[in-house]
Design a protein around this ligand. Sequence first.
Ligand SMILES: *Cc1c(COP(=O)(O)O)cnc(C)c1O
Length: 426
Amino acid sequence: MSVTDAAQGRTGTTRSWTVPDALRRADPLVADLLSAEAERRTDSLQLLAGENVASPAVLAALAGPLVDKYAEGYPGRRHHTGCAPADTVELLAVDRARQLFSAPHANVQPRSGTSAMLSAYAALLRPGDVVLAMSLEHGGHLSAGSRANFSGRWFEFVGYGVREDDGLIDLDQVRELALRHRPKAIIAGGISYPRHMDWAAFRRIADEVDAYLIASAAQTIGLVAAGAAPSPVPYADVTVAVTHKLLRGPRGGLLLCTAELADRVDRAVFPFSQGGAAMNEVAAKAVALAEAATPEYTAYIGRAVAGARSLAAALTAAGARLLTHGTDTHLVTADVSPLGLSGLDAERRCAAAGLMLGKCALPFDPAPPTETSGIRLGTGAAAAQGMAEPELAEVGALIGTLLRDGPDPRIGARVRELARAFAGRG
Ligand SMILES: *Cc1c(COP(=O)(O)O)cnc(C)c1O
């Protein structure tokens, strides 16, 4: 069976995006740019850790009539009239989130992961409070303490990190820092940590110092939905997630919390940090949350995780050094300095061959942040388009050969062939 047959067997038909007539007529310039983006996607493989391919049903909901609706507030308590369908859509999304994650309460209104973080802080903290979080250099997100972000400006962040020898979170250090700095909140999780989180251990440390526990689960919430990673929900006071990464939903944030904190979290979203919610996004979140409860989604997550493992093995075989020596998730973070390359060199060389992955500063990275020594990859988008272990092992081998032996036009040609064969939305 050819690659194309395999892809079509898994994803139905291969499709690329066609510009709707209304857009073509009204704005040919934007229409052309969107066509160029669709073409770029068809000709290259998307391996950026935070990217995915939204499902066709999610796209349809995003473009639906709720794009026009103003619905400030919450169902039954809106500031605008005419909210009956919008109310039911939001209740449905909240209900599906609660069920999927066994969460006492959910808020589906945050416009992004960063604004969901802002709301989590607003619910639990006051400006000037001490927060213990994974340091940015070791994989923390900018919304967890960057000086350029509200978080680092308004709160006193103390950073924990990973161990230099095995790349794992140093829980002894987390506890020591918690006892020394007495934070009001501890944030567990980050953007590039490829291993399962020990949420229970973080909870014990938080309890010991009477701190809130915020789970930063944007990258892993899709694994949790499929039962492929331990859930933070039973342990965290507030879980912060997004729907546009592994959940294959619209760009947007998601907050889960205890019943006790429900009102505070809701008020921290609206009216504290947002006005009217994007109700088309809320509708698309409802769709994505229903899709994430299906056996097809569980199979998809299985492909993403198995694919990441085989991709990681191929990179190791080529001479890259894996952070934490492997992965439990869809994420792979690798040091490419043993191959004589910077992260930026690797990113550029791969992009030229149609392999879209990201340079990534590693813990203890001696290289400047603009260059870095690492690359980070995720298998979410590729698996959503139907790729599984054999294809992702091949992709890993292509990347490995490219990084080890230098550019080769045959690699670019093979990548394009794979990308076109798997260009559909699963
Ligand atoms: C992706 C991510 C975010 C931010 O999401 P945005 O929607 O880009 O604001 C926050 N925290 C973590 C850990 C993430 O991985």
